[in-house]
Each structure stands twice: as structure tokens, then as C-alpha cells.
Design a protein around this ligand. Sequence first.
Ligand code: ZN
Length: 445
Amino acid sequence: MIKGSVYKSMLRAMALGGTIALLFCIPAFAAKSLGYVDSGPGVGLYEDVSNENTASDASTAGTGAQGTDMTSDAAASQGAEGSNAIDPSLLPDIEISYAAFVHGGSWSLDTPDHTVVKAPTGGYLTAFRAYLKGVPEGMDLGVSYAVNLSGSWWLPESSNGGENGGPGGDAPLEGVRFWLTGADAANYDICYRVLQNGTWTDWVRNGETAGTVSAAIWIEGFAASVVKKGAEPPQMEERAVDPSRPMIALTFDDGPSASVTGRILNSLEQNGGRATFFVVGSRVSSNAPTILRAWQLGCEIGNHTYGHKYISKIGADGIRNELGSTNQLIASVTGVSPVLMRPPGGFYDSASLSVVGELGMSAIMWSIDTRDWQHRNAQKTIDTVLSQVKDGDIILMHDLYNASADAAEYLIPELTRRGFQLVTVSELAAYRGGLQPGHIYSRFR
Ligand code: ZN
């Protein structure tokens, strides 16, 4: 019997390897040999393997706590201690997600593994927070980090989502150290680099210092990646949004569906665009690989209720059930619970919005309605969008119909060519006034 969250991690690992098909025909004995299934009551194979590696945990944690420089030798010795390490090809892929506080601004959005987070030109970062994604149940792995804050030297470490630095203050960061914690740290490296004086440092890993400290130069940008022990980090990706350029949010409701959503994702991937998918909860489990792929491409997953229910008609408990169950299903795939919902049919009232707000969510409408679900005519959808589109628009489409995918495949490159940045709703909001729970938005200008 494969545990729920362990299963999802396998799914994630398989999806990353592009071998999803294998997952569904993997025999029980093979799954067991991967180390992700219970070998008896309460005993996972993961624990059996990782218990041998506690020494590396202690040495890693100690380094951070004392704030001393970790030498390359010390970093290298962690690898040597992994003599009981699992065959790397059987290990799940783990990712780090991080946010930085931009001086004079706010926290950045959570930034995916090996993706650049950067202050505007001339600016600098003042704080970090980070956490790991994709850690299966039974694996003992976390992340800790410490920053060298101008005027304060190295601060005490923070771990697993805690803030480190001086968010909201004026002191710039000069150096950072990240390291993995827990018994399974022996099987992975954390690699990171910083942008100083307009130049990226080399990658360093496992507690080494990135950045030149005490030289009056500040950290302007950052990227990090968790890799299997000894592996090279993937190529860095830039997904910085330029706030001075036009941006719009394409949104797709009522899906996902493997074929239509898949075509839209292909086009987004080819054009460096992102979109927001307001998914119906009842379709999440059967389309988990599609949702995971969208998430990994930087798209946003929003909540369109479990059963496409009109929230103005189902009462407070009905809304809590419909949105809560769908949030849980989505979080079980992506690891993150949505903060956006779209009212099915566009129906809402003040009472239903206040329940949405209680759940910490905002409601998102649209400023361009393609009515693609009704006419199923790609050219009509294209004409509707191109004749109206302006900076800050939220465009409504549906990823259930081939005609909608036909339109998206034309619109995504064409809108990009016309200078529109295709961003998620949360990204659009972040650059244009922000989101508040319980409020409803139809555009961000
Ligand atoms: Zn709908």
C-alpha cells in the first residue's frame, strides 16, 4: 500500500523524469525497492536507510548554528559520509522555493528552484526565506540558511520557511549560506549563487559563503537549486517581470483536461508565458500530472470549487466544503494551497465573498470574456481578445475545448509578440496594487 503523500512524491519524481506512464503499471515489489512504501507497520524503508547518516546531520547543523565558515573540505566530507546513500537514480527530485525581500518594496513571490530572484537595477535584497518542495513522507530533509547583513555580520540561522535578514530595513545583504539538514542531507547538495555588482558569483554549495562580505557591495540577486549529491545545478532561469512593460493574465476555467490543457502548456512553455488555471476539484486527481506540469512551468493553480457550484447559492458551509476540499486536493499535487478562487458562473454576493475571505482567498473575475465555451470558434476567441486587450487585463477562457486550445496557440505567441508579458494573476496583482482576502478583482491596471 503506497501512502498518499508518498505516492504524490513518486508522481512528482516520475513526472520530472518524464516517465509518468511507468507509475501506473509499477508493480508493488518494484515500488518497494524504491524505498517509498511501508515495509511494516509504521516503518518505511526510507527510515531504514537514512538512520545510518545522522552524523552528517549533526555536522551540518552545527556549522550553521555556530556561524563559522564551512570549508570545502567540510562540505566535501558530507558526501563521504553518505556511504549508505541510496542509488541516486532512485531518489526523488527535491526542489527549493525561495523569496527575497527587495529593499524599499516587499517580499518577492515564491520563486521556483534554479530561478532568479532579483532587485530592480540599483536595488538590493535585505532578507530571505526558503523551504523545500517534494520531500516524501519518511524522508528527513530540511533547509537552513543564514545571511550576512551589513552592519550586523552573520545572523543566527533560520530554517524551513523562517525569515532571515532585515525585511523592511535598509541594511543590505552581503553574503548568504544555505545548507541541508536531516539524515537525508547526505544524498543531496544545495547549490546557490548571488548577483553582486552586476556579476553572478560561481555556484557554491552546502554552507559555503556566496558573496563577498565587508567590501561594501550588496546582494542584488539570488538563485538556488537542490540537486542529487555531486550533480551540477541546472541552467538558471530568469522569469523576472518588468513592471514598466504591459502585462496580462490569461485564465482558463473548468479543466484541466489532459489534451487541451496540455496543448496550452506546450504553447506557454515555447513562448516563456504563464497562465492561471482555475481547476474544478473533481477533476484534480484524474489530471494530477497536468496540474503538476502547469505548476512546474510557473503557472498558477486557482480554485473553481469542487463541483462547479455557484457560491451565492450554497451557504457558508457549502462554500467552505467546496473550496476547502479543492484546496486540499491541489495542495496534495503542488504542495501549495491556492489563494485565488473564481466563482463558477461569475455568481457571488457579499455573504459568499466574506466566506472566501475567511479562507484567506481572493475572488477573481475577468475583464475580457471570450465566451469560448459557448461558440467554440477559435477565430471568434482570437478576435475578441485582440480587439480589446490592454495592459492589466484578465482574460477568461476554458481549457476543455479544442477550439480554445486552437485560439490559445495563436494568442500566446501573438500577445507576446505585441509586447504583453503573460503572467499569473498573482504576479499581475503583485505588480499592480496587490490582493486582499475576501475582495473581488476583474483587472489590475
Ligand atoms: Zn466555470
